[in-house]
Design a binder for this molecule. Structure first.
Ligand code: SIN
Length: 564
């Protein structure tokens, strides 16, 4: 890999300070696409937590939703997206995503993405809540194909420098005189067991999701929500944090890891049955198996409760073995590895945490409330998903807002004369190194703490929530925080070079703001279902909740893409 940097080969001077025009944190589709865009006019450094390949994108199965089919229009795709978002989408951001999605997907195809074709057009498939067949895909490995194409280009781009195994700890920020805003000058990161500072004229957070805050999830191990916590500590506004999407079907098999069973299986006619062999979705929604994800997830949870059995089953056996193998090669291979032949056997499934609709508040130009800091992909919240994301809109979001972030960050960098702050930098304006908390814990203890955070979220802040449960979780998080000397509601930096400790503290802070936002929203909407407030309440709640560190949640009016 020609432009990857091995830090162990650099001398200590080279390691301690790294300067770049645009720094990108994260290597999913959003980060990679941002890097390619920014590198057209700037020098780019892209850091990633483990390998360049590992991200939520790699595991995306379904595909990319795009209004390119002969019977489709941008207006229809916008309408479907907004209707899935249950009245909380930023319509102008949705229009941007859907219309710019067409050139973004076209260029991906031109770059060699080997998606499935039918004659002269990509083979469009159907997924829940789409009024048209509009999902382009590569079997059930669309994320892998997208990742491969983007990584190839990144590695062939001289102006992009990649640093793998670099864990972003904190954004480097300082106060400025510009509009009372803080400014961002890069990041402190753990690389090769040491803290290094990477100074940048512009920084893009593209760190992906947080599924690993829950024990059942479709997300890989890296998805511990670090970018959300880093942004919170730096003073970013976090918005819509109560909206965590649970995918109805993750594999539930003894000994098997967390693994997604794509919605496309239901799109191809797969049926859900309970342990008694009864098909049940028609009882819950007129669209049956293709009802919105939150409806299907709650229905499955209810069937599990009614039957006292820990999963339900997905049945695709009506399709031929050849079709299944061709359309779902990844699912076929993975389930086969655990002894299932899905052309004959039912697939045991249950819901798992899948996607975070909320995140760092940005406008459609991916600007945050911190000068020089941009955010894109799952960690950001432009408002395109509202209260519930439409299937296969996430890769689309990454491509569209990745390019926007890259272009805007490069343009911002061009206006800056130096990467470093005017005075001496601080790792966060309010948290200097001397104020940082010093904690040492062994790996087993950290693992137990992570499990405790996941368990309380799963119990009370998952598919169904209520006031009592949410308050129990806040108390649980306080108790966990007490054990390790961290206040969950008051984000602080921990002085350490232990990545697992940073992850644990990040999980605690992010768990806190999800729970807090879920407690404030006393209605049910999209992915947020309150058993004690089961109805949608537009008069009070067609509004959004913003959380910033050290402040009570703020309820704001729904507006179109404004400057943060
Ligand atoms: C899936 O393949 O079911 C996931 C697609 C998505 O979340 O958009």
């Amino acid at each position: 890999m020609n432009n990857e940097t091995d830090f162990s080969e650099l001398n200590s001077d080279q390691r301690s300070d790294w300067l770049t025009d645009v720094l990108i944190i994260g290597s999913g589709a959003a980060g990679l696409r941002a890097a390619l865009a920014a590198s057209e006019s700037a020098d780019v450094t892209l850091i990633t937590k483990t390998t360049l390949k590992e991200s939520n994108t790699l595991y995306a199965q379904g595909g990319i939703a795009v209004a390119m089919n002969v019977d489709d229009t941008v207006a229809l795709h916008v309408e479907d997206t907004c209707s899935a978002g249950c009245g909380l989408c930023d319509v102008s951001a949705v229009e941007t995503m859907v219309s710019e999605g067409i050139p973004r997907v076209t260029e991906l195809l031109e770059w060699g993405a080997n998606f499935d074709w039918e004659g002269a057009l990509p083979r469009f498939t159907q997924e829940a809540a789409h009024s048209r067949k509009r999902i382009v895909h590569k079997g059930d490995a669309t994320g892998r194909e997208t990742t491969d194409v983007l990584i190839q280009r990144v590695l062939n781009t001289e102006r992009i420098r990649v640093i793998s195994d670099a864990f972003a700890v904190d954004l480097l920020t300082d106060e400025t005189s510009v509009d009372d805003k803080n400014a961002c000058y890069g990041v402190s990161a753990i690389v090769d067991g040491k803290i290094i500072h990477i100074y940048a004229k512009a920084t893009i957070l593209a760190t992906g999701g947080l599924g690993r805050l829950y024990p059942c999830t479709s997300n890989p191990e890296v998805a511990t929500g670090d970018g959300f916590a880093t942004a919170l500590r730096a003073g970013c506004e976090m918005i819509d944090m109560e909206f965590v999407q649970f995918h109805p079907t993750t594999l539930f098999l003894d000994g098997a890891p967390n693994f997604l069973i794509s919605e496309a299986v239901r799109g191809e006619g797969g049926k859900l049955v309970n342990i008694r062999g009864e098909q049940f979705m028609d009882k819950y929604h007129e669209k049956g198996e293709l009802a919105p994800r939150d409806v299907v997830s709650r229905a499955i949870q209810n069937e599990m409760l009614l039957t006292g059995f820990p999963c339900v089953y997905l049945d695709i056996t009506h399709k031929s073995s050849d079709f299944i193998h061709d359309r779902f090669p990844t699912i076929t291979a993975t389930t086969k590895h655990y002894g299932l032949d899905i052309s004959i056997d039912l697939i045991p499934v249950r819901p798992g945490a899948h996607f975070m609709m909320g995140g760092i508040r940005t406008n459609s130009d991916t600007e945050t409330n911190i000068l020089g800091l941009f955010a894109c992909g799952e960690v950001a919240c432009t408002g395109v998903h509202g209260a519930n994301r439409l299937a296969s809109n996430s890769l689309l979001e990454c491509l569209v807002f990745g390019v926007r972030a890259g272009n805007n960050a490069a343009a911002f960098a061009a206006t800056q004369t130096s990467q470093s702050p005017p005075i001496t930098h601080q790792s966060n304006s309010k948290t200097t190194d001397s104020e940082a908390t010093n904690i040492t814990l062994d790996k087993d203890t950290l693992l137990a703490i992570k499990d405790a955070i996941c368990d309380t979220l799963w119990e009370n802040v998952a598919i169904e929530r209520d006031c009592e449960g949410l308050e129990i979780t806040l108390a649980d998080l306080e108790a966990i925080g007490d054990e390790i000397g961290i206040c969950p509601s008051s984000p602080t930096t921990v002085q350490t070079t232990c990545v697992e400790l940073c992850e644990t503290v990040n999980m605690l802070h992010v768990a806190w703001i999800i729970t807090k936002a879920a407690l404030v929203r006393t209605e049910s909407r999209g992915a947020h279902y309150r058993a004690d407030f089961p109805e949608k309440d537009d008069t009070v709640w067609q509004r959004r909740i913003i959380i910033t560190k050290d402040h009570e949640p703020e309820i704001v009016e729904l507006t179109c893409s404004t400057n943060p």
